[in-house]
Design a binder for this molecule. Structure first.
Ligand SMILES: [Zn+2]
Ligand SMILES: [Zn+2]
Length: 257
């Protein structure tokens, strides 16, 4: 069985909750919501961050792993993402106003800049190591966004990241029978469906509609709960027949697929 570690599981920071990050292998992560506390000095070995979108809870630790481990790095940090995501980071985050533009700062240990950007092509398989590949899938959010399919050996997991209902989800699951696990976001309780629509997130009842098209066994995980609603969302998930066997992820958990 293959696995991925959850470095941060929640939809915003709480007193004991960290935001979205997944460790794919020793050098690749999806999103940068919580890299420093979870990885400590190992964060210096991360060389590629696959971004789902530009919201702060998914990018914040880019700033701190660059600042804290700048002198330990011997390779640039590669930021992969949709062109609009990379543009947002360059314009509004690593722009010399909010934080230094590390794409203009050379590494002290190598003949390269500290950060490089590369656009992700939707639907293209990128090989990360001998057994692992990653592929981006378009999602439905308030800014351009994507989820990722991670394949390890013959099995795969689909991580949607922030999304509202997305017709591509079922199409993708039908197309790729090797996907044995799904990490779906669930940000708000079902009573807040108007806010979910406005912010393009899911609730337990929207998630139930979303997965009703899946007609094969699949391990279902939920992440991105907003900490203030954890108890309510858990109660709703566990009392919904289609969702009741799902696992609600916490920081440090492992996804098996
Ligand atoms: Zn988010
Ligand atoms: Zn978001």
């Amino acid at each position: 069985m293959e696995k991925i570690t959850i470095l941060g599981a929640y939809g915003t920071k709480g007193s004991h909750q960290e935001t979205s990050s997944f460790l794919i292998n020793e050098t690749h992560v999806i999103d940068a919501g919580n890299l420093l506390r979870s990885l400590d000095e190992d964060a210096a070995h991360i060389d590629t961050i696959w971004l789902t979108h530009s919201h702060l809870d998914h990018i914040v630790d880019i700033a701190y792993i660059l600042d804290s481990y700048f002198t330990l790095r011997s390779k640039p940090l590669k930021l992969m993402g949709l062109p609009e995501t990379l543009e947002a980071i360059q314009k509004h985050f690593l722009n010399d106003y909010v934080w230094p533009d590390f794409s203009k700062i050379p590494l002290s240990n190598a003949d390269a800049m500290t950060v490089v950007y590369e656009a992700v092509e939707l639907g293209k398989k990128y090989q990360l190591d001998e057994t692992t590949s990653i592929e981006a899938m378009k999602t439905v959010h308030t800014v351009p966004s994507c989820g990722y399919i991670i394949r390890k050996n013959k099995t795969a997991v689909l991580i949607t990241a922030d999304t509202y209902k997305n017709p591509l989800l079922c199409e993708t699951l039908k197309k790729y029978p090797e996907i044995t696990a799904l990490v779906l976001e669930c940000s708000f309780p079902s009573s807040m469906k108007d806010l979910a629509l406005e912010s393009l997130h899911l609730t337990p009842s929207l998630a139930e509609e979303e997965i009703s098209c899946i007609h094969r066994p699949i391990k279902l995980y939920f992440n991105h709960l907003k900490p203030v609603f954890i108890q309510q969302i858990k109660k709703e998930i566990y009392s919904t027949s289609l969702l009741k066997d799902a696992i609600i992820l916490d920081d440090g958990d492992t996804i098996y697929f």
